[in-house]
Design a protein around this ligand. Structure first.
Ligand code: HEC
Ligand code: HEC
Length: 454
């Protein structure tokens, strides 16, 4: 497949030579991450510790925002998703995906990638946001957050790939709803991943893997709804909970994770464990991944049968592993955003703070300022007073104490791993009953205001 984005090829090429090209001279720590060094344009020269860290951060951000890890071979090559985006009029199939439809499905547009003339034209109402050709133009500008279009020399789209930013970034809506500056690490709770994937001309690869027909695959994808994704479906084939509800979980934020042990709601491993997992398995990037826990045929029948815990590529074909270090550093640098002024009652929040650490006993698990346990931060479903369906889909059979900073940024879709509690008051009511805390109605509201202040 031809690409219009040479930098990926360059990064892969340089990955092999850069780390050895820089000889450490001074006492400064060098982080010789190839992608980072390429971004900083160092050409392999030695960087000071600060420069090296900055270069690593820039490289990690680039990976987070723009790197498909070669997953276009799946989303474009196998599912032909780009054909559904283009539509028949533009060489694809079906009606195509207009910008307005894309925005309605929760896709976001990076206003900073739009040239000033285009901004003027959009403001003057001269751009037809119901025309799929405009979506293709936005992809060509690399303006659709988390989605990369690949185009041939004649300008026709011939592939599409996805990035971390698809689910873990949104925009600040500064230009229009869904169009603005990027907010890396924020959970995109508007994004209907399943509905988008279900538009693909074929979902046969999923059907084969899961041993069902394509209709069933599309039904499952459409059952997820906005802000949700099922990262474990292709490991265990469980699409629905015993109560018939979707098995998908909420997209969590990717900020505020520094210092936090264990990641995802069920604690699979560290941030970098999960990055390797998600880039190789759910995203279908082309890398290497090792986890013999997936060999358990009872728990992970599909992963075990397909050897998902033993994916090995030659060093020069591995498009994930060389990016992990810088990606990890960048993610840990993403701090939770501070709640806007006036978004909570300050005095009530102060009373709530005292309750959080006192009568409500929250800080026994949510230890400030991390708001998770320093150390082993997993709890059994029984301890939490919730069912164990999702916990049992992970190796540890437990739920991880969620770090709570920046809660205000992801209230849409509800709380706990599957959004079962619609509001923070519902969460507090659950704890009040389960732990028999005896909070008054006013105390519950104070705790909620405190949560909104984090
Ligand atoms: C299609 C949507 C999607 C994409 C793309 C995606 N993620 Fe996620 N991510 C999720 C969902 C859903 C979860 C929660 C999984 C769970 O709890 O089982 C998650 C969990 C995480 C977590 C754990 C957060 C926590 O609270 O501990 C991290 C870290 C993360 N993703 C990073 C990444 C990175 C890095 C990439 C790109 C390599 C990426 N994700 C790509 C949807 C996505
Ligand atoms: C026994 C340990 C423990 C205690 C005590 C505890 N929590 Fe939690 N908390 C957790 C775990 C584990 C989760 C993740 C549950 C899930 O995702 O299913 C969680 C999740 C949450 C969430 C949801 C976060 C999100 O992003 O969805 C909120 C809010 C919360 N807790 C607030 C509180 C408050 C307020 C208290 C005190 C009244 C409290 N917690 C007491 C362990 C605890």
């Amino acid at each position: 497949m031809r690409t219009h984005r040479a930098p990926i090829a360059i990064v892969v090429f340089l990955a092999g030579i850069l780390p050895t090209a820089c000889q450490q001279s001074g006492g400064d720590q060098i982080l010789p991450t190839a992608a980072a060094a390429v971004d900083a344009g160092s050409g392999g020269e030695c960087l000071s510790g600060d420069e090296s860290l900055a270069a690593t951060m820039t490289g990690g951000r680039k990976t987070f925002r723009f790197d498909t890890f070669g997953d276009e071979a799946f989303w474009g090559g196998q599912l032909r998703l780009h054909e559904a985006i283009a539509g028949e009029a533009n060489g694809g199939v079906g009606p195509g995906l207009s910008p307005n439809q894309a925005l309605a499905l929760g896709l976001k547009v990076d206003a900073e990638a739009l040239p000033p003339e285009l901004i003027d034209q959009i403001e003057a109402g001269e751009v037809d946001l119901d025309d799929p050709a405009v979506t293709l133009a936005l992809l060509q500008l690399n303006a659709v957050v988390g989605v990369t279009g690949f185009f041939d020399d004649a300008g026709a789209i011939n592939g599409v790939g996805i990035q971390c930013a698809l689910c873990h970034s949104t925009v600040d809506d500064s230009f229009a709803p869904g169009i603005g500056a990027r907010l890396d690490g924020w959970a995109n709770r508007d994004l209907d991943v399943g509905a988008i994937v279900a538009t693909a001309p074929t979902v046969l690869p999923f059907a084969r893997l899961l041993g069902v027909d394509q209709r069933t695959v599309r039904t499952v994808l459409r059952s997820w709804g906005p802000g949700k994704f099922d990262a474990e479906l292709m490991l265990d084939g469980k699409a629905f909970r015993p109560d018939g509800k979707s098995a998908a979980t909420l997209i969590p934020p990717a900020f505020g994770l520094a210092g936090v042990n264990l990641h995802t709601s069920t604690g699979w491993g560290s941030v970098t464990y999960w990055n390797a997992f998600v880039a190789n398995l759910p995203m279908h990037g082309e890398g290497s991944f090792f986890d013999p826990r997936l060999d358990d045929p009872k728990k992970f029948p599909i992963a075990a049968a397909n050897g998902f815990g033993h994916i090995q590529r030659d060093e020069d074909e591995d498009r994930v592993t060389p990016k992990l270090a810088a990606l990890h550093v960048y993610q840990l640098s993403l701090e939770a955003p501070v709640p806007p002024e006036g978004s909570f009652d300050v005095e009530a929040a102060e009373r709530g703070d005292a309750l959080f650490e006192g009568k409500a006993k929250c800080s026994g698990c949510h230890v400030p300022p991390l708001y998770t346990e320093p150390g082993w931060n997993l709890h059994t479903p029984a301890e939490m007073g919730v069912d164990g369906f999702q916990a049992r889909r992970s190796p540890e059979n437990r739920y991880r104490t969620t770090p709570l900073k920046g809660l205000f940024s992801h209230t849409k879709g509800g709380f706990f791993h599957d959004g079962r509690f619609a509001t923070l008051l519902d969460v507090v009511n659950h704890y009040n009953d389960h732990f028999a805390l005896g909070l008054t109605e006013r105390q519950k509201r104070d705790v909620v205001e405190y949560l909104k202040s984090l």
